[in-house]
Design a binder for this molecule. Sequence first.
Ligand SMILES: [Zn+2]
Ligand SMILES: [Zn+2]
Length: 327
Amino acid sequence: MIFKCNNCGGIMVYSPEKEAMYCEHCGSVDSQSVVTSENMTSCVNCGAPMEITDYTSATKCHHCGCYTIFEERVSGQYTPHLVLPFKIGKEKAKEIIKEHAKKNIFVPYSFYSDAYVDTVSGMYVPFWMYDYDANYDYHASGKKIRTWVSGNKEYTETKIYSIDRNMDIDFDKLPVDASIKMKDDVMDLMEPYDYSALTTFAPLYMSGFDGEVYNFTPDQLELRAREKATRYSEKLMNDTLVGYTSINTTSKNLNLQPSGTNYSLLPVWQYNYSYNGKIYEFYVNGQTGKIVGELPTSGKLKLLYFLVACGLFSVASYLLWMLLEVL
Ligand SMILES: [Zn+2]
Ligand SMILES: [Zn+2]
């Protein structure tokens, strides 16, 4: 499926800045027609062979540059329920990467040169969102100890409290990434997203970006969702247990009742940079601009700065020596 401009026949892509479909050729907005095709091996626009994996749901034709969304990978069992459309466009993503890299003087120049940064690509990462109705029943005994001095005597007062909590928690859309390609720790660091911007899926949001279908079923990832829900529940409970000197938990029971799952796509800008035989993977949250990744550093630049610093020190020492001679 491709989106063609009614005005000039160019390719329409989703513009995060305009929050609309946009023709990069003639500047038309929201004037597209859909051209569909069952063919997944060659480009609908130019016929060139398409390079796709078993999971690709959307990609760019390397021959004509048109963006294709594969119907059978966004329909049936693969129909996303929700999508969080890109909020940050390519130019902004490039700017964020450059600004970040410039803060470290040892990053090789080519990392943030236009030619390299322009290879940054937007991708929709598949997620499962879990809903839970949770109940947390918690019992403990808490001690409050107070000491004070009066005259020449020290007093200690110990009060013991019975702590009983019963908390209902409604977990709405706990995200767990369902992509093999994206490392779990990277996606966890990429959070938080503002999930209130999630909207009903439509293929047009994918035009201009790469996409993948989920690699795991919701059952396969449920353990991770439960771990997250447990962590958040513990935190919520702990936040209510303040002011005690010590707490002795007598019983606790967290009951997580699944109440739904949603297949969702979240936006990520990805920049791969190869340096000294290593690939540096760099990511920008496509909604918030948050950066995740390791910056490459140049040994040569470090040496150069070291030599310059030594040189400055020598010159300064020499001048000081001259000055002392004069005095
Ligand atoms: Zn056009
Ligand atoms: Zn093509």
